[in-house]
Design a protein around this ligand. Structure first.
Ligand code: DX5
Ligand code: ZN
Length: 220
């Protein structure tokens, strides 16, 4: 039986005063996860959530539905800041870790009781993730250059998704395959066909008046 696609709306750009209403509506629309894009102004030039916004979303649910995407250099500091109630996954970038021990970071997140993801930007070859595929809970393929929403899907992501799907099948790995950036009613088809299991979508869902309709389109 085929697994169902999970939908993770990105709430990047939602103001703090609107978070409660927007996230309530996203949850009611059948979202599986809420994707939190965290930017430090260094790994990417923009800045976003500081950590306290998690509490607003956390109060809306009894489930661990928060999917934290750390686009930051100081991974350990931000992991600590975002290890909060109802956080399911904490994902950091391979490119941010040149001076940090990836295996130690993975163990650190697991020891604290959270799932862990590794992300790669469009320019990074997917093979760099190979040594970690047996340890992670999620692999995140960026289909845009990290830093802002509303960009165009980059097809370079498709081969990476296919690589992850092949490795997962061959070795019976358990990680979820997530794709992030430029996902809409058209690009979702290619991404799913290539192997994506979790679709992050910002503008496509959030710019609509009808979240449920958009979530349903991405799921089918
Ligand atoms: C980009 C972020 C994405 C992005 C998604 O740095 O990681 O999550 O906001 O937004 P859309 O779907 O608009 O590309
Ligand atoms: Zn993201």
């Amino acid at each position: 039986m085929e697994n169902k696609t999970l939908i993770a709306p990105s709430i990047l750009g939602v103001s703090e005063e609107n978070l409660n209403l927007v996230c309530t509506n996203l949850i009611n629309a059948g979202s599986d996860l809420i994707h939190f894009d965290v930017m430090d102004g260094q790994f990417v030039s923009n800045t976003s959530f500081t950590g306290k916004e998690i509490d607003i979303v956390s109060a809306l649910t009894n489930d661990s539905i928060i999917d934290v995407h750390l686009m930051v250099n100081d991974v350990k500091a931000y992991l600590d800041r975002f290890m909060k109630k109802h956080v399911k996954l904490l994902t950091f970038h391979y490119e941010a870790t040149y001076s940090q021990d990836i295996n130690a970071l993975i163990s650190y997140v697991h020891d604290k009781g959270y799932e862990v993801g590794l992300a790669v930007s469009p320019d990074t070859p997917i093979e760099v993730l190979k040594p970690y595929l047996d340890k992670i809970d999620l692999a995140l393929i960026m289909s845009v250059v990290p830093g802002k929403g509303g960009q165009k899907f980059m097809p370079i992501a498709l081969d990476k998704l296919a690589y992850l799907a092949k490795e997962k099948k061959e070795h019976n790995y358990s990680y979820l395959i997530e794709v992030d950036g430029g996902i809409n009613n058209e690009t979702c088809e290619e991404a799913k066909n290539a192997g994506a299991e979790v679709l992050v979508a910002g503008s496509y869902i959030l710019k609509s008046e009808n979240y449920k309709e958009r979530v349903d389109i991405l799921k089918r």
